[in-house]
Write a protein that binds this ligand. Structure first.
Ligand SMILES: [Zn+2]
Length: 225
């Protein structure tokens, strides 16, 4: 762990219960610069930056708010910077570039430590930026190995073979955590769900497979589908 403090942070008013994963869209050096720059008009930061070789940089202490999520919503709560930890994973575009194994191994260790310190981060509250800001954000991208993380106890992954949910898919998505269709459409939110849980086809169409995956996830978190 390399300490590289950022000036971009604020006091925490609420306990941490969400972990947000991002990709940087920039190389390591540029990322570390941007996330520690206090002169740009929209100051940004994150608690951690994870290099491609697995090196972890700590920029903001976990008991301070970092500015990584922006306009966001999960499980009915908005402006998630206040209640979350943010990890920026170095990758230029997670739809096109694989995450190296050594980077993901380090990420799993880092997430485990964070969740150990904040037990309110239950598995469904480990999210991608794209989950909490549909359409506006696509990180950590289609190639991010969510299934591998879930197999290590970080976040959820749906089992195949569930009965597809019927009825209002928007409400079912919201029951799991996704935002309401305000400023974005239900299709945008379906696409966001698919980016995360069915990356082979993220077309915004709630087909039977999408509905079955959502049904299983709701089952995992104890909701009637
Ligand atoms: Zn992001």
């Amino acid at each position: 762990m390399i300490e590289l403090p950022s000036p971009n942070h604020a006091a925490r008013q609420s306990a941490v219960d969400v972990l947000v994963l991002h990709y940087t869209e920039m190389a390591l050096d540029d990322s570390l610069k941007a996330l520690r720059d206090d002169r740009r008009p929209n100051r940004v930061s994150s608690h951690y930056v994870l290099a491609e070789d697995g090196t972890v940089y700590r920029l903001v202490p976990e008991d301070r708010v970092a500015w990584h999520a922006g306009r966001s919503c999960w499980r009915g709560h908005e402006a998630l910077n206040g209640t979350s930890i943010g990890i920026e994973i170095v990758n230029l575009h997670g739809d096109r570039h694989d995450y190296p194994d050594v980077q993901i191994a380090a990420l799993i260790g880092l997430c485990r430590d964070i969740i150990g310190r904040h037990p309110a981060i239950e598995p469904r509250n480990v999210v991608g930026h794209s989950d909490i800001a549909p359409k506006r954000k696509v990180d950590p991208g289609l190639r991010f190995p969510w299934a591998k993380l879930a197999a290590s106890g970080i976040g959820l992954w749906p089992r195949a073979g569930a009965q597809p949910i019927e009825g209002d898919v928007q409400l079912a998505l919201q029951r799991f955590g996704y935002p309401p269709a305000v400023d974005v459409t239900t299709d945008d939110i379906i696409a966001s769900f698919q980016r995360r849980f069915r990356p082979a086809r993220a077309d915004g169409i709630a087909d039977a497979e999408t509905r079955a995956l959502l049904a299983d996830l709701l089952d995992q978190v104890g909701h009637e589908a």
